[in-house]
Design a protein around this ligand. Structure first.
Ligand SMILES: Nc1ncnc2c1ncn2[C@@H]1O[C@@H]2COP(=O)(O)O[C@H]2[C@H]1O
Length: 357
């Protein structure tokens, strides 16, 4: 199932490279990555906004991705993390504080909107300044230059919040589009590539390709996951960013190296273009997935691909039942538009849990 815990075989396993797979089929393999869901909505409830931890199988660290929600979700997810290899080697349950301080080694931030980093900022005071003798390293905050400048100027600026980066808690690691960053956040062998995308007029967001052997996207080996921040289509945003990204990742789909795409779908299809503010609807998302499939070369190219849907707006949640009619519309539309046979996984149903890919 899509929320099975990894590591049930308990042992080390090779990452990537499944030569037995038929091209274009994305069948279940050993876990390459686990996504812990701390929050998954596009607002408005502060404890449910986007927040994820990404774990590469067997690594002793994790990376935050867009920690709008952090500690609220981590309290719920601590047990699931504790049961995941290699963290299950420690007896007993890890606390959310242990995980925050000692297991998260860095943060990928797609853009500096509050709902993508407020949790990181608020929890930062409980992290520690680096201290070589105590073995405490500063943690990387990774993103495009524009994102890092916004965090530095508008969040960790001694006004909105103490400048904990300056005080040794963090360092800013700029990701340059088109270059591969290696050993991301101290995780040996983990590479990252940042793809800029447009999120409303004159504003950049980022998709992060995370995985092994990303210096050679044409190679047969090395699993990867694509983590997309908020984004609008090229047609709506008058850009070419999404097209360029699909061109770059298409070879990874053809070789079955790409294990999952996490992507937003904020509003129902009926939303007018002027009210999208740089976001996707189900129709626009499937238009994009069709573009990717075409680049890979067949209508079947994405069959079985795990597509993790995130950032649905939960604006009309009923306080008593927790039901949101508009979320229901987005889910139903995605399911009925799914002529590509992708494996749709709804992250908002997994808050406090894990998704293995
Ligand atoms: N021009 C605007 N008018 C009204 N709401 C907006 C405008 N621009 C952005 N927003 C809202 O502000 C939100 C900021 O986070 P999101 O990008 O998730 O979604 C955005 C919209 O819901």
């Amino acid at each position: 199932g899509d929320n099975d815990l990894p590591g049930t075989d308990g042992g080390a396993r090779p990452i990537g490279g499944h030569p037995g797979d038929a091209a274009g089929s994305h069948t279940a393999n050993a876990t390459s990555f686990t996504v812990f869901v701390l929050g998954a909505a596009g607002g408005p409830v502060e404890s449910r906004v986007s927040g994820y931890l990404i774990h590469q199988a067997n690594s002793s660290n994790m990376l935050g991705f867009d920690c709008g929600s952090l500690m609220s979700g981590l309290r719920q997810a601590a047990k699931v993390v504790s049961d995941t290899a290699p963290f299950n080697a420690v007896k007993g349950k890890l606390s959310s504080r242990d995980i925050h301080r000692n297991i998260i080694s860095g943060y990928l931030v797609s853009h500096a909107h509050l709902d993508h980093m407020s949790g990181l900022i608020i929890a930062s005071a409980d992290e520690r300044a680096s201290n070589k003798t105590a073995g405490i390293l500063p943690k990387a905050i990774l993103g495009l230059n524009s994102t890092l400048v916004n965090i530095h100027n508008h969040a960790f600026n001694n006004q909105l919040w103490p400048d904990l980066a300056l005080f040794g808690f963090y360092f800013y690691q700029q990701l340059i589009p088109g270059s591969v960053a290696h050993n991301v956040s101290g995780v040996q062998g983990l590479d990252a590539i940042a793809f800029p995308v447009s999120h409303g007029s004159n504003y950049l967001s980022t998709c992060f390709l995370l995985g092994t052997n990303l210096s050679n996207l044409e190679a047969a080996d090395g699993s990867a996951i694509l983590l997309c921040g908020d984004l609008g289509t090229d047609a709506n945003e008058k850009s070419v960013y999404m097209n360029d990204m699909w061109t770059a990742v298409a070879p990874l789909v053809a070789s079955s190296r790409l294990k999952a795409i996490m992507i937003e779908c904020s509003f129902p299809t009926a939303t007018s273009t002027g009210a999208l503010f740089g976001h996707l609807t189900p129709a626009l998302l499937f238009q994009e997935l069709h573009t990717l499939a075409k680049k890979v070369g067949s209508d079947n190219a994405l069959k079985g691909m795990k597509v993790l849907i995130q950032h649905i707006k939960e604006n009309d949640v009923d306080d008593d039942t927790g039901v949101s009619a508009s979320v229901g519309v987005v889910v139903q539309e995605l399911e009925s538009l799914n002529d590509l046979g992708v494996d749709l996984i709804f992250t908002h149903k997994k808050v406090g849990g894990a998704i293995s890919v």
